[in-house]
Design a binder for this molecule. Sequence first.
Ligand code: ADP
Ligand code: MG
Length: 595
Amino acid sequence: MTGSVPGHASVQLNQVGHAFSPEHPLYNGLTEVLEDDQIYAITGPSGSGKSTLLGILAGWITPSQGEVRTDVKSIQWVFQNPHGVARRTALDHVSIPFIAQGMTRHEADSCALELLDEFGLRSVAQSPFSSLSGGEAQRLMLARGVASKPDLLLVDEPTAQLDRKTADEVNRSLQALAGRGVIVVIATHDPQTMAMCTRIIDLADMASTELEDDIHATDQPTASVPGGRFDPNSVTIMWREAFREAWRNVVSGTTHAASWAAVLMVITVLLGGLDSFSVRTVVEGAVNYQNQGGATWVLEASGLIDGVACDSLASVDGILAAGAVRQVPPGLVTSLLPRTPVPLYAVTPGFAYILGVHSPSPGLGIWVSSGVADRYGIEVPGVLATPGGPVPVGGTFDYPADGRSGELSFSIAAPTLADDGVFDTCWFTVWPVDESLVALSRIAVVPTQDPSVISQVTFRQLNMALGSSYDGLSDFANRPSRFASWVTLFAAAGLGIVAFWSRRLEHASDLHAGIPKPFILLESLTETGIWALSGAVLATPLILLIAGHASADAASIALLGVRPLLTGVIGALLGATLGVLLSREHQLFNLFRNR
Ligand code: ADP
Ligand code: MG
């Protein structure tokens, strides 16, 4: 026996009585001194208040009468139903209290093995908890209770749920509780269990009887368990063991990491994907608005547009393109259909950007609309046959009937120098929509003092079917999915809490075994981190796939889409932290008391 075995703790009950309601008193005047190295049986029929008395001894229930004096520092409970972690080994269960005392895994395992031996469990040390028989599981709980080296061990009906043979097996191993310097109190109505005890407190007649054959045996084998309660010097060991415990829990399937990762993946893909999709819609709306000419304005002032001034509008911030146009009657006469000339326009070089000319050889030849290219079978680069000889074609442009004014839909544009005469209209694209920039385009009109000329100047939007303004920014800011990251944060936090809560009994019993909360926090954060990151990694390609289909701004859309991945991981970790902070050793007691 080592010096670390606790000294002479005792519990004094002084005229203790309790009643949950005044009409139904449980007992009165209970006076007793409980000392170490004794095994007390608290007996009485079901409902007589045995479990309640254990709660009073633990200090978790305040008796309605009398007082309890105690110098007990640590208490361990063993409940009627053995509770363990299904996929962890018997050995793991008994090693935990030793790790809580600051031992390395290796030291803890060897102490635990010795103890398992004393409770007749050596052969099942490596078996998972789920494979133990009822008797083995109950003996494991006793070994685990002893491993924590409490001053007071409270055992509630250890054989009540067992058949006779198994109960005998457990009763025999109760002897292993003696001689450890521990006050053992067993609530029971099993005569065989009582026979293993040194004193009996019968709640039925309130009499405390001393047994003749006191089996109080100082020659009982004792586990040689070095170390005390948690020692701050062993913090490093604890850290490492917390990570290892987490890893064992993940590998053994105890954490259900794969399922939680899958759930988080689905949440992030749904929310991140939804947001990516709606941002994509907003961006595409803006792109369409521009492509269809919603952002293009036409300044009309027949014979009064200065081509150079018009082209130079494009250098103004917010004006994406600008170019001037003048119709050249009667049009271009072609050899194929000489009687119907194709409408011809002289345009400034800047107009190429307004039209979006697809030109493999810029600056060379005329630009034809796709309607003309189709009708005359023109390839680019190529030529258009005219009575005056072949005219080189430098490019084509699309001018769809999408609601825009149709003058250029079947036409030829001949690029001209910007200072070659005056033009009739100046076209310019303003993005984002800005009325003051539209007004600014008046500088393209040649200077004049004549008021009748000034009044001729008009503006029109090229495509009025799209509405006069497009507020992409507010569409973006007001998109319903803008809270996706926050929703993911909360959903993942909920998931983290549920994942932790589903194992609350396990954590409560770890707390009971003396494992400090920081250990459980580190362990849980590691476990949660593993499944949350896995979920995020699995979700990433799917979100990128949704964002990547965007026609513009795919990178920034993807960046928005991955934000829920980040908040998902953070949320899960926050949830686990909250779970740890809310977990209480009492949960263990409450759960068993409420059965
Ligand atoms: P035993 O363990 O001997 O079967 P308990 O100590 O569990 O008995 O319960 C004694 C009596 O007190 C029972 O009638 C039970 O229903 C009642 N009781 C137990 N806990 C509470 C409580 N928290 N509030 C009210 N009554 C309770
Ligand atoms: Mg009970």
